[in-house]
Design a binder for this molecule. Structure first.
Ligand SMILES: [Zn+2]
Length: 454
């Protein structure tokens, strides 16, 4: 783990009482106003009883059951089929060749993807941390205890996920818990949280900090509550502009809840920050189960999933996977492609994309047990659809299950879809006019043949 460089940088100013500008690196924020709020309430699990304390433990809110039911592939599931083919040689296949269509095409990239209003996904993302407590729920831990939970792990995770392209720099105010002006119970923070209530909470936190702290140069505001402030139950992100008392407009904010401390741990930071980068929730807002659409793939769905790395679709959107690392198949024919695992860095091809209409795509990528997906139980070629016209919480990405009714990997951590990837020697008709065959494997790379029939 890397050292406490941020803490040591801030400590002198904080300890000396200087009203310095710990968040000010001279850059301007100035993002346009937007109002997008993501609520992670479906992720919340009842926390354990806190250690000896007179403060009430967090409330027990309901947790959606984990997936145990079979989820059909999107749309034409009735026409999908799974067949076996002879396993090919693992040494004789070409390294990515197209037999009837052009190779990589930048034109395949969705035109709706923009970075406007989002935190930077490449380079440095500077996130200010404010620790708050409440008149009805004073802190009974140290600030440093809470900070230690997020100090290095989220940044390290992003370093791996982005292949070193994104540096999450935390800039914490470590001197104290800032006392919110209202009781924790007054914010109606849990399941009925409105955008207005959320913004009041954020603005109250900024007011508690006061005008002497400059937030200039800050991309994202993190607000962390006292550890046992049970009313502040779930973590939530918003892309609505807020204005700190020093006049800085902050374009993205995350307010963390008990789920950070007691349910999902530090990956909550990567999930919520994912929203500030422009990524949607992959679990259903209404009904269903958390992993019903993407299983344990991509922590924008199930944060505690067995294969939490962002999907290639998201890495492409964020600029971590380049346009020329996504081979687009825009016309009928049969093509062969070599895919390297999404979890490892490199300039190789990471995905194929087949445009289905103006907004929907079929994608294939390789999931391995490498890197942060070391806990993966299902590896191979993962097929899924992505649709830019479908909003978060409504299923913008849906994994196609090549092994329906298999009970996944035999556990509920991602449910039925955890074994969705295709193994070498299998062919799958997606029901979308595309048949994908995994013809071989070379090292960690997979060779696939894609037949587009329409
Ligand atoms: Zn979310």
């Amino acid at each position: 783990m890397r050292s406490v460089s941020i803490l040591s940088f801030l400590a002198p100013a904080l300890l000396s009482g200087v009203s310095a500008a710990p968040f000010n690196n001279g850059a301007a924020c100035g993002l346009p106003a937007k109002v997008t709020t993501y609520v992670t309430e479906s992720h919340y699990t009842p926390p354990p009883e806190p250690p000896t304390t007179s403060i009430s433990p967090p409330v027990s809110t309901s947790l959606p059951p984990t997936a145990t039911t079979s989820i059909s592939p999107p749309e034409s599931s009735s026409t999908s089929s799974f067949t076996s083919i002879p396993v090919s040689s693992s040494t004789s296949l070409p390294a990515s060749s197209s037999t009837s269509t052009p190779g990589p095409s930048a034109s395949c990239r969705p035109t709706s993807w923009t970075r406007e209003g989002h935190a930077p996904s490449v380079g440095k993302l500077r996130a200010a941390l404010i620790f708050v407590d409440f008149p009805d729920m004073p802190a009974n831990t140290s600030v440093s205890e809470l900070y230690s939970l997020v100090e290095t792990a989220p940044a390290e995770l992003y370093k791996q996920m982005s292949y070193g392209k994104l540096e999450l720099e935390l800039v914490p105010l470590l001197d104290k818990f800032y006392r919110m002006p209202a009781a924790s119970s007054s914010y109606n923070y849990s399941r009925a949280l409105t955008t207005e209530a959320h913004l009041k909470y954020i603005n109250d936190a900024l007011t508690a900090v006061g005008p002497s702290v400059s937030f200039a140069g800050i991309d994202v505001l993190y607000v962390l509550p006292a550890k046992y402030a049970s009313e502040i139950s779930t973590s939530t992100a918003t892309s609505a502009d807020v204005t700190a008392l020093d006049g800085t407009v902050i374009g993205n904010s995350v307010t963390f809840g008990q789920d950070l401390y007691f349910s999902w741990g530090y990956k909550t930071v990567n999930h919520e920050t994912g929203h500030t980068l422009g990524l949607p929730d992959l679990y259903p807002y209404v009904g269903g189960t958390v992993p019903q659409w993407v299983g344990g793939f991509d922590l924008m769905g199930l944060i505690g999933g067995q294969s939490p790395d962002y999907l290639a679709w998201h890495k492409w959107q964020l600029g971590w996977v380049a346009d020329n690392q996504v081979e687009c198949i825009a016309s009928a024919g049969k093509t062969t492609h070599r895919l390297s695992p999404i979890e490892v860095a490199g300039e190789t091809t990471k995905a194929i994309a087949v445009p289905l209409n103006g907004t929907a795509y079929l994608l294939a990528e390789v999931r391995s047990g490498l890197g942060i997906d070391a806990g993966a139980c299902g590896t191979g070629v993962l097929l899924y659809t992505a649709n830019t016209a479908v909003s978060g919480g409504s299923g913008p990405i849906r994994v196609i299950d090549s092994k329906p009714n298999s009970n996944g990997c035999g556990n509920n951590n991602g449910g039925e879809l955890n074994d969705a990837p295709l193994a070498v020697g299998t062919s799958f008709n997606t029901g979308l006019g595309v048949v994908v065959t995994v013809t071989g494997q070379e090292g960690d790379d997979y060779i696939i043949e894609v037949e587009q029939r329409i």
